[in-house]
Design a protein around this ligand. Structure first.
Ligand code: C5P
Length: 228
C-alpha cells in the first residue's frame, strides 16, 4: 500500500549535472544522468508531497506525474533556482552533480581555432550550493546531501561520507560508492544513509527508487514536524 507520509510537505530536489559554458556552443559537463534525483521526485510525489524538481542536464527522462520541473544549465543558475525554491520548502535534497569549477570567462562568440597552441582554460570555484542552503536554512527545514565517493588505501567510502556530513552540516547524507561503473548512469545504486544524530542505515543494492524510499522513510525521525 502507498504510504502518503509526505502529505502537505513541499520538497525541493536538484537532479542531473551542471554545464559550465565556455562559449555559446561549448561547455564543461559531467556524466550525471539525473536518475537518482528523478527517482526521489517520483517517490516523494507518490507519498503525497508537493515536489519541485530543479534539473540540470539529464538523460531523456520523463517528468514524474505531479512534479513541477525547473530547468537550469550552469551551477550558478542551479544555485539561484534552489535558493528561490528552498525559501518555501520543508525539505531540500541536493542530488545534482554540481561542477566544482567553471571557466573564468564566458566568450560571447564561438572560440576560434588558433594556428598555434590553444589557450588554456582558466577555471574558478563554483559556490557550494548545499553549504549555502544549510546556512540559509529555515526553521525546521530538513536538508539532505549526496556524496559520491571512491575509497582508497587509508579511508573507506563510509568514512569519507561521515566526514562530509560533518563538513556540510546537512541533516542527512546519502553516501554511495562510484567508480568501476557504479551509480553514474546506472539504474541501480547502493550505499548508506547517514544522519546528523549518528544513525547509519545501510541501503542495499537496488533500483534508485529504493534509495529514494530509504530517504523518505528516514525523514520523520530527522524532522520532528513530520512525525505525524
Ligand atoms: O563535496 P561534494 O561535491 O562531494 O558534495 C556533494 C554534495 O554537495 C551533493 O549533495 C551535491 O549536490 C552538493 N554540491 C553542491 N554544490 C557544489 C558541489 C556539490 O551543492 N558546488
Amino acid at each position: 500500500a502507498l504510504q502518503r507520509t509526505l502529505e502537505g510537505v513541499h520538497v525541493a530536489i536538484s537532479a542531473g549535472g551542471t554545464r559550465e559554458p565556455l562559449d555559446p556552443v561549448r561547455f564543461i559537463g559531467n556524466r550525471s544522468s539525473g536518475k537518482q534525483g528523478y527517482a526521489l521526485a517520483r517517490v516523494a510525489a507518490q507519498r503525497g508531497a508537493r515536489v519541485t524538481l530543479v534539473a540540470g542536464n539529464t538523460a531523456d527522462l520523463a517528468t514524474p506525474a505531479g512534479v513541477d520541473l525547473v530547468r537550469v544549465g550552469s551551477a550558478v543558475e542551479l544555485r539561484d533556482a534552489m535558493h528561490k525554491v528552498a525559501a518555501d520548502a520543508d525539505v531540500v535534497v541536493m542530488a545534482a552533480a554540481v561542477a566544482d569549477f567553471r571557466p573564468v570567462s564566458l566568450s560571447g562568440h564561438k572560440i576560434k581555432k588558433t594556428s598555434g597552441d590553444p589557450d588554456p582554460i582558466s577555471l574558478t570555484k563554483n559556490p557550494d550550493i548545499l553549504a549555502e542552503l544549510v546556512s540559509a536554512r529555515r526553521e525546521g527545514q530538513v536538508i539532505v546531501g549526496f556524496a559520491a565517493e571512491t575509497g582508497d588505501e587509508t579511508t573507506s567510502v563510509l568514512d569519507y561520507g561521515r566526514a562530509k556530513l560533518q563538513r556540510k552540516g546537512c541533516d542527512l547524507l546519502v553516501v554511495n560508492a562510484v567508480g568501476d561503473g557504479k551509480a553514474f548512469e546506472q539504474e541501480d545504486n547502493a550505499g548508506w544513509l547517514l544522519s546528523k544524530d549518528g544513525a547509519e542505515t545501510p541501503i542495499p543494492h537496488g533500483p534508485k527508487t529504493q534509495v529514494a524510499s530509504a530517504v523518505w522513510t528516514r525523514l520523520p525521525p530527522a524532522c520532528p514536524s513530520l512525525s505525524r
